[in-house]
Design a protein around this ligand. Structure first.
Ligand SMILES: *Cc1c(COP(=O)(O)O)cnc(C)c1O
Length: 356
């Protein structure tokens, strides 16, 4: 039976990407060696790394003022790396707390300098995105999380400010066009919407490098990775390679604008069913609903159908629909690579449950 992958992360990748990656594990581009066993300084690998960077640049429309880095340690390592590079006891940074990942970013940065939490949606279990807060002008940076993977909310716009924005885009990078010029740093663990676990994409405005004051281990310093083009040490070659294939796929499928249109259509299909089927109800505030992670629960009085619905999902090949423990209910992650048919299959299961 065809499986429809709704896991939140590691998550679905395009089938064509998987097939090509599998082939390259056996023989990379006909050179008689696997992608897993070639030097990261070989000409083939260098060309691959260059293509990965070029695709990031092209798809996001990056100017030369930005560096593209492929690092390790996950988004979680960026939580403290950002502060380690950009903050000190005399400087202040602000955070908006929109969920578990934001909260972790705050916790990790706290020791490095003065931290202000400008707004939080914790009062309603992060079911909405705070808006209309004042942004001080004397900040080293303002940290945001563009998509809250666990709670199913997404920033539809970014605050207008001269303060450099630092944004965790782990779960919605490359899902929609972006005005990059507003951002100082964007980081994303690849395993939600870009590639396999093991690489973290960091996009960094190079003029921020002059603000680094702390002495620190070489590997923690952004300047190292900018200077050495992500090859100061051995980069995670295979995860970068698979991410590169995904970016090729994205480009061949029309780029970010086309992806955004597809993502809106898929999300609409699912949210329409949640809103019209009396057995279900959405979790996130309507205007903040994520196009990537759709959170929903059984409506009041129908909670008893939870296990039955999950069993029906499994029987229809819909995998990974169980909600995160901090929200309960269900979460359908419908990243770029999820075809509309996958969402339709889930909607059909929801409809059938209502018809019984
Ligand atoms: C998954 C996720 C993380 C954690 O990423 P790791 O790469 O596992 O460290 C951080 N932020 C967001 C928004 C996520 O979805």
């Amino acid at each position: 039976m065809k499986k429809h992958n709704f896991y939140a992360g590691p998550a679905i990748l395009p089938a064509s990407v998987m097939a090509e990656a599998a082939q390259s594990v056996v023989d990379f581009e006909g050179i008689g060696l696997s992608i897993l066993e070639i030097s990261h300084r070989s000409k083939e690998c260098t060309a691959m790394l260059e293509e990965a960077e070029a695709l990031v640049r092209e798809l996001l429309g990056l100017t030369d003022g930005y560096a593209v880095l492929f690092l390790t340690g996950g988004a979680s390592t960026q939580f403290f790396t950002v502060a380690h590079n950009l903050l000190n006891k005399d400087l202040k940074a602000a955070y908006v707390d929109t969920g578990s990942w934001s909260s972790k970013a705050i916790k990790e940065a706290k020791e490095y300098g003065q931290l202000e939490v400008l707004a939080s949606s914790k009062d309603k279990n992060f079911s909405y995105v705070p808006k209309g807060y004042d942004i001080p002008e004397d900040l080293a940076y303002l940290h945001l999380t563009s998509n809250n993977t666990i709670f199913g909310t997404q920033l539809k716009e970014f605050p207008a400010t001269e303060v450099p924005l630092v944004c965790d885009m782990s779960s919605d990078i490359f899902s929609r066009p972006l005005d990059i010029s507003r951002f100082g740093i964007i980081y994303a663990g690849a395993q939600k919407n870009l590639g396999p676990a093991g690489v973290t994409l960091v996009i960094l405005k190079k003029d921020l490098l002059s603000k680094i004051q702390r002495t620190m281990p070489t590997m923690l310093n952004y300047s190292t990775h900018v200077e050495k083009k992500s090859t100061f040490n051995t980069p995670p070659v295979f995860p970068i390679y698979v991410s590169m294939l995904t970016l090729r796929w994205l480009k061949a499928n029309g780029g970010l604008a086309a992806m955004a249109a597809r993502n809106e259509e898929k999300a609409q299909l699912l949210y329409d069913e949640i809103d019209s089927n009396p057995l279900f109800e959405g979790v996130a505030a309507k205007e903040d609903r994520s196009l990537m992670n759709v959170t929903f629960v059984m409506s009041a009085g129908n909670e008893g159908l939870t296990d039955k619905f999950l069993a029906d999902c499994a029987a229809a090949g819909c995998i990974g629909v169980k909600g995160h423990r901090s929200v309960g209910g269900f979460r359908a992650s419908i990243y770029n690579a999820m075809p509309k048919e996958g969402v339709q299959t889930l909607v059909d299961v929801m409809k059938a449950l209502g018809n019984k």
